[in-house]
Design a binder for this molecule. Structure first.
Ligand SMILES: O=C(O)CC[C@@H]1NC(=O)NC1=O
Ligand SMILES: [Fe+3]
Length: 403
């Protein structure tokens, strides 16, 4: 008796990304039922299914839906004016003295309503979705007071309801110190730990907790206080670490069993060993590296040597990575950081999913996982990395439904 299913998808090569390798199935078939993959394999071995719909592609490749595991997509205003000032020779210090930088985004974010935050993030999110992204992580961190951080997180949850993608929220209240706490940074750490995180957890407003470990941001000690609280509340953690200097944040995060450590330009071998030991994913963010004209590259060879999975993400944020294309990050990951196209594609599929704790259900085309996949009229997966910029035509299928 043929099994009744919702849809069959045929006629293309399937880039499964199983185990973080292409593991391509030539002339493959995908069987979908109730938003999940129920069979993936060569068309020649397809079991007898009774499909309500049958979709026949004329060649091309099918990849998993792309995962952007690190964005700051929700924020008020933008920083294009200071971007132009900097290129006209105005220094960071002068811009900061004029109230520019992260604090100008904080002011604009606090002034925005939840609906305004949703609307301004929506057009940016739509650009990512047009390129085959079906899972996105979005952080708070521009509110920097209790009410505004909660509004940001509620805006992310509202966005999640309105787009054909899986959207995860991360609380990054430990992003910077608000002006009110310039002389009392510990006061802000205490508010995060004693008031904000318990309320975020109680209301289910975030799926993970993040912090920015840097000289100009949170010290390892302050990060530990935030992570102790997150652990007590049963919330997974991740960390912006080793972006501009080596503070040992990546090893600290790994010690907490962090899902990921992100940026990592200054990560040391002992950081990488700690990450390997605890299964912490390395999230590489070439957008910020490129825009800041950094020179210190993340230790890709060490991640390979110790088997630390490498994810790639846009780090879409108004200051250091106003990026609206995850596909461009694929090219930058290879051209700037020396990743292979296969590693880069794994970075925005299975390892990007793992950086969000979603590797059991997302990130590769295997039976039992979500039916999030993209058809591209391309000859081979490396073309996703090779073509520089532009919006490649693609057909996105989210939870089994063509978008
Ligand atoms: O400039 C901004 O708005 C955010 C900067 C951004 N945040 C972070 O933790 N690292 C960065 O590069
Ligand atoms: Fe970031």
């Amino acid at each position: 008796e043929a099994k009744q299913i919702d849809s069959l998808w045929l006629g293309a090569d399937i880039v499964t990304m199983r185990e973080g390798r292409y593991n391509l199935i030539a002339d493959g078939a995908l069987a979908v039922d109730q938003g999940k993959l129920v069979w993936v394999g060569p068309r020649s071995e397809l079991p007898a299914f009774n499909a309500r719909e049958q979709h026949q592609f004329e060649g091309g490749i099918i990849t998993p839906g792309l995962v952007d595991c690190h964005t700051h997509l929700v924020f008020g205003g933008d920083r294009s004016a200071e971007f132009e000032q900097r290129l006209n020779g105005v220094s960071y210090a002068e811009i900061a003295a004029q109230g520019g930088g992260i604090l100008s985004t904080v002011r604009a974010t606090r002034a925005a309503t939840q609906q305004e935050l949703v609307a301004s993030a929506r057009w940016r999110l739509d650009r990512l979705l047009a390129e085959g992204v079906t899972t996105v992580e979005i952080k708070s961190g521009y509110g920097l007071d209790e009410a505004s951080e909660l509004t940001m997180l509620r805006a992310i949850r509202e966005l999640a309801q309105s787009v054909p993608a899986d959207v995860l929220a991360t609380c990054l209240a430990a992003h910077s110190f608000p002006p009110e706490f310039k002389d009392n940074p510990q006061g802000w750490v205490e508010i995060i730990c004693e008031r904000l995180l318990p309320q975020v957890q109680a209301e289910g407003l975030a799926d993970a907790v993040d912090a920015f470990c840097e000289h100009l941001a949170f010290s390892p000690q302050q990060v530990s206080a935030v992570f102790d609280k997150a652990r007590a509340l049963g919330m997974p953690v991740k960390l912006h670490a080793e972006q501009l200097s080596s503070l040992g944040g990546a090893a600290l995060a790994a010690g907490y069993g962090a899902l990921s450590a992100d940026h990592l330009e200054y990560a040391t071998e002992s950081d990488v060993q700690a990450m390997a030991q605890h299964g912490t994913v390395a999230v590489l963010l070439p957008g910020a590296f490129y825009l800041l004209r950094e020179t210190q590259k993340p230790p890709v060879a060490l991640f390979r040597q110790y088997g630390v999975p490498m994810a790639l993400a846009s780090d879409a944020n108004p200051g250091t990575s106003p990026a609206l294309s995850l596909r461009l990050m694929l090219n930058m990951g290879c051209t700037l950081f020396g990743m292979t196209p296969e590693e880069a594609l794994a970075g925005v599929t299975l390892w990007g999913a793992q950086a969000l704790g979603l590797q059991q259900t997302h990130g590769s085309l295997e039976s039992g996982k979500v039916a999030n996949f993209v058809h591209w009229p391309l000859a081979r997966p490396a073309e996703l990395v090779y073509w520089l910029g532009g919006e490649l035509p693609c057909q996105v299928i989210y939870r089994g439904e063509a978008q």
